[in-house]
Design a protein around this ligand. Sequence first.
Ligand code: UD1
Length: 425
Amino acid sequence: MDIIQIKGGNFLEGEINISGSKNASLPMIIASLLTEDKIKIRNIPNLSDVFTLLKLIKSLGSEFELINEDNSTYKLIIQTKKIKSNIAPYDLVRKMRASFWVLAPLILRYGEAKVSLPGGCAIGTRPINFYLSILKKMGALIKIKDGYVKASIKNNLKPINYKLDFPSVGVTHFFLMISSLIEGESIIRNAAIEPEIISLAEMLNKMGAKIKGYGTSKIVIKGCSKLKGTDITIPSDRIEAGTFALAVTATGGKLKLKSINIKEIEALKNVLQNTDVEIKSLENSIEIIKKNGVIHPIDIETKPYPGFPTDLQAQFMALMAYSNGKSKIKETIFENRFMHVQELVRMGGDISLAGNTAIIKGKKDCLHSAPVMATDLRASASLVLAGLVARGETKIDRIYHIDRGYERIEEKLNSLGANIERVNA
Ligand code: UD1
């Protein structure tokens, strides 16, 4: 199995292009199943989550061509003339929870669907109660049996007016997809307002739905009986951008992140400025300059967009472990997203947990080499960040997690001056 080895201590300097967004790609690929027409999706990132999803939708009847555009990103031409299977099996849904969203096109186009329960994962129990309550209100019959959700419809699903208890990103995606093919007006309140919701809504509108209010907490969807093909581009990955911004803050140096939407990383930008880093916003790019080795500690709390993203919490913790004092990180989105703590402690971090808050006693130069294990996608990124500043050589096991969400991470970091390699151990 591959591991990542990092020799820490190098500055990062140079510029990189930020890849297409993982979290925008996944719902947009699934939305292509809502029509029998051809869909073109550009700037698809080269990530294992994308390939896991393509494997699943191929088994459901999609035919596609993946055209390598520039050595990394892909153009996907996809068509699902007919849904041939209505089953999303455990081994694929377990690998990637977003697979669960195929329930929307399956029930709409096949009339019934059997989709594995996603189960818990390293970051928490992750229930699906909102999905099930929406489906029931729309008139679907739901049974949970043998680890699967079996959903079927007798008559057409009906439009509903639904208020979410929490602005769930996945449930908002699901609601938009399903309502786009239900004739009449559906409303979702307390909806997620993440940029990925906007990307999906824009795609569905190009396919013929009439969605208004996306990007706000009340979205109104006028669905139609048939959606058509479209041609759309995936925006850049705000979490990848944030991870690199945190990396250069930790190592010191000067880094330009290109092809990004600066507005989408505003929360991180504000926090980083308080840690004593210079940030210059340019057109579609940002320059981060870290001259001195002083990182001021700062408390954060993860929040739905536009708050500080939970997907950058682990990486931020690695930075705080290396800062000049005490900080607190409160995780409010997922109840157990602290699996990286014990690994950072193995590397010398002084971190303790009190409920959903991590208390970090930061100390410059406290991090040192150790064999560590990636437990989930963003946790693996936090270990890479820690490895970049740690004394000695850090070895990170189970790095398949990182390939789920970071395209060519070693190549990008090495081009900036890091010393990181993937080896078969
Ligand atoms: C998405 C992102 C993930 C990110 C998360 C929060 C993708 C592929 N993944 O995950 O990277 O960390 O948003 O920004 O886009 N919840 C319920 N019941 C439900 C559904 C969700 O209680 O039926 C809860 C969850 O347990 C969690 C909270 O809602 O506590 C937010 O989760 P949600 O926004 O749904 O996350 P995902 O869409 O799974």
